[in-house]
Design a protein around this ligand. Structure first.
Ligand SMILES: C[S@@+](CC[C@H](N)C(=O)[O-])C[C@H]1O[C@@H](n2cnc3c(N)ncnc32)[C@H](O)[C@@H]1O
Length: 200
């Protein structure tokens, strides 16, 4: 708790009106990787409380759109369409795919993290599973020159996920933004150009 209160990212998030310090991870990734531009369609997986969607909505502007999904409620945000549900459930996926529509997405973001059970092996498996589902969704929904940013936790299953991503996308880079806590095993993989876009 003390770490949270004295965290400079928490204080900056408050000052700038972001719902969470996580905003600074996406701001850094977006600047370094040139990820967000006016007019884009962005899908934000695991979006609550909504700071990545705030960043994305500001950067895509009124000519773009952001579609956000989470198990938890996300208070309304301008230019963000919220789909509430479990991303692993068929009906949520179908609702998301309808919201994206036939034009596809320019950018799929996944900051999903499983509810921590406390059993680290179980949490690791769940985290990898969510990342795998995000990869499959991005392969189906991204435009040919689209980009996926997916949070992953290093540990069991990570090398296999990375190998799969390298086969599925033309380029893959791993990034650890400054706002990502050093002791956390989380990384963000930035994958560009799905090799088999818009198919299962
Ligand atoms: C680290 S938080 C995301 C923070 C967010 N990027 C932000 O900037 O506000 C991870 C989110 O993933 C969501 N999540 C985990 N499993 C999910 C699932 N199966 N379907 C939808 N959302 C899920 C959690 O509810 C949680 O809100």
């Amino acid at each position: 708790m003390r770490e949270h209160v004295s965290d400079p990212y928490v204080q900056r998030a408050k000052a700038l009106g972001y719902r969470s310090r996580a905003a600074f991870k996406l701001l850094e990734l977006a600047a370094k990787e040139r990820l967000l531009a006016a007019g884009q369609t962005v899908v934000d997986l695991g979006a609550a409380p909504g700071s990545w969607s705030q960043v994305a909505a500001r950067m895509v502007g009124p000519s773009g759109r952001v579609i956000a999904v989470d198990l938890l409620e996300i208070a309304p945000l301008e230019n963000v369409r919220v789909v509430r549900g479990d991303f692993t459930a068929a009906e949520t996926l179908a609702a998301l795919e309808r919201a994206v529509g036939p034009g596809g997405a320019d950018l799929v973001l996944s900051d999903m993290a499983p509810n921590i059970s406390g059993v680290s092996a179980t949490d690791q498996v769940r985290g990898i599973h969510l990342a795998e589902l995000a990869v499959a969704f991005a392969q189906r929904q991204l435009k040919p020159d689209g980009v996926l940013v997916v949070k992953v936790f290093q540990g069991a299953g990570f090398p296999e996920l990375l190998a799969h991503l390298r086969k599925a996308f033309a380029s893959v880079a791993s990034r650890k933004p400054g706002a990502s806590r050093g002791r956390s095993s989380e990384l963000y993989l930035v994958a560009r150009r799905p090799r088999v876009p818009n198919t299962g």
